[in-house]
Design a protein around this ligand. Structure first.
Ligand code: TRP
Length: 431
């Protein structure tokens, strides 16, 4: 349940639809599904196994099984956590703001220009989005600090299924809009002329982001998993659910995009700009809209918790921090990094580094480089250095290893490392 809460979040509902839109639709979806099934499954199983075998944080886990030489792989995860959380809380803040916009009825419209202008002017303002990001960060800190972990667990068990049901309902509504068929065609029919190396790296980056892979998130959660739970089926359920939520969100957003004439390649604002349109067409739309953004904020919260927890666990285990101090330090650093991210949509939009705004740079650095690098090194580690232990961890205690574990090991040894290395090098423009 916790791993599903980590996986399902803004990655599915905010990031996936706009990345599909930017990368040409159907062909991207096909590549994405293949990458999730192969890379997503096998790397998620490795991470969970590493965590459960060592019962440690990412840095401690690699050091325990591989010696000090592997410690930096854990540090990479800790660093990725900071980078990801710093822009994640900005988008989560937008979600909080949209709860208010919906409830006050200021975005009841199906007009792309009007919805776009509202979004743009909101994210460009200097203080408001940062205030929302601060509120969200405070919530995350409160939960990870030990305040309301049990409470979150109890009510997200109720709210996550609610989000899923609402999403199904909204998707059905969206695909029955006039003109929605064009959106379904865009999303579901592969157009291979739009595929390039870039498509693969974008799909891989999206898969890692959505499945919380490559930074020790699932490793940390695996360290709390019972020995009697089967890793493969647990992972399969999480990966399958995460994929379903993304596909639903993609269908919904693309149907709205084509029905009302939005631009599918509009970038990071896509979900926020398009969604209000569907609520504007529904009886009781304001109520559904408010409900939707509340549930999305909760989904973002359970994901953000999981981004912070590995770093906090590391500071507590390896540096003897108290939980409170660890949370305070991480919160301060993340929020400080969120400031330039948020401002890069307004006052600092002219400031570019490597041709990207600060927000894009953080997102790109983390998802296109740090997570795939983390995944590349962990597949080498699990495939070559810890293979016996890994197979044991995946097998039922005392039983012979299942035959699929061989295939899994071969994938980690021979397929994942060169494929990930190729994707890293093409992203960097080296090949
Ligand atoms: N998967 C989450 C989402 O889709 C975000 C997330 C949680 C994440 N933990 C992570 C992303 C670790 C990368 C790495 O919203």
């Amino acid at each position: 349940m916790a791993a599903a809460g980590s996986a399902v979040g803004l990655g599915n509902i905010w990031r996936f639809p706009y990345v599909v839109g930017e990368n040409g639709g159907g062909a991207f979806l096909l590549i994405y599904v293949a990458i999730v099934a192969l890379f997503g499954m096998s790397l998620a199983m490795s991470e969970i196994a590493l965590g459960r075998a060592t019962r440690r944080n990412p840095v401690g886990a690699f050091a325990q099984l591989g010696g000090n030489a592997w410690r930096p792989l854990g540090y990479l995860g800790v660093l990725s956590g900071f980078v990801i959380l710093s822009f994640y809380i900005v988008v989560a803040g937008w979600t909080l703001a949209y709860i208010g916009f919906m409830s006050r009825g200021v975005i009841v419209s199906t007009e792309p220009a009007q919805l776009g202008a509202h979004f743009e002017s909101f994210i460009a303002s200097p203080l408001q989005p940062l205030a929302y990001a601060a509120v969200f960060m405070a919530l995350v800190a409160w939960v990870v600090g030990g305040g309301i972990g049990k409470g979150i667990e109890r009510f997200s068990k109720l709210l996550m299924p609610a989000l899923f049901l609402l999403l199904i309902g909204l998707t059905l509504r969206a695909i029955s809009l006039p003109g929605a068929a064009e959106g379904l065609r865009f999303f579901l029919t592969p157009d291979f002329s739009k595929v390039s190396a870039e498509t693969f790296s974008a799909a891989l980056a999206q898969a890692f982001f959505s499945l919380s892979l490559g930074m020790g998130c699932l490793l940390t959660y695996g360290s709390y998993l019972k020995k009697s739970s089967a890793i493969a089926s647990t992972t399969g359920a999480v990966v399958g659910l995460d994929l379903c939520v993304s596909v639903l969100a993609g269908l919904m957003v693309m149907a709205i995009v084509f029905s009302f004439g939005f631009d599918p390649a509009a970038g990071p604002g896509l979900t926020f700009v398009t969604l209000p349109a569907i609520f504007a067409t529904m009886p009781g739309g304001v109520l559904f809209g408010v409900g939707f953004f509340i549930l999305l904020a909760v989904a973002a919260l359970t994901s953000a918790i999981s981004i912070l927890e590995p770093t906090v666990a590391y500071l507590i285990d390896e540096h003897r921090f108290s939980r409170g101090k660890a949370v305070l330090l991480c919160t301060a650093v993340c929020f400080a990094m969120a400031i330039p991210s948020s401002l890069s949509f307004g006052h600092w939009s002219g400031f570019h580094l490597f041709g990207k705004t600060f927000f894009d740079l953080m997102d790109h650095a983390a998802t296109n480089y740090m997570l795939p690098l983390g995944a590349l090194l962990s597949s080498l580690f699990v495939g070559w250095k810890w293979s016996k232990g890994a197979i044991n961890e995946l097998s039922r205690p005392g039983a012979e290893p299942a035959s699929w574990t061989r295939g899994w090991l071969l994938f980690l040894r021979f397929v994942a490392p060169p494929a990930l290395a190729w994707i890293l090098l093409t992203s960097a423009g080296i090949v």
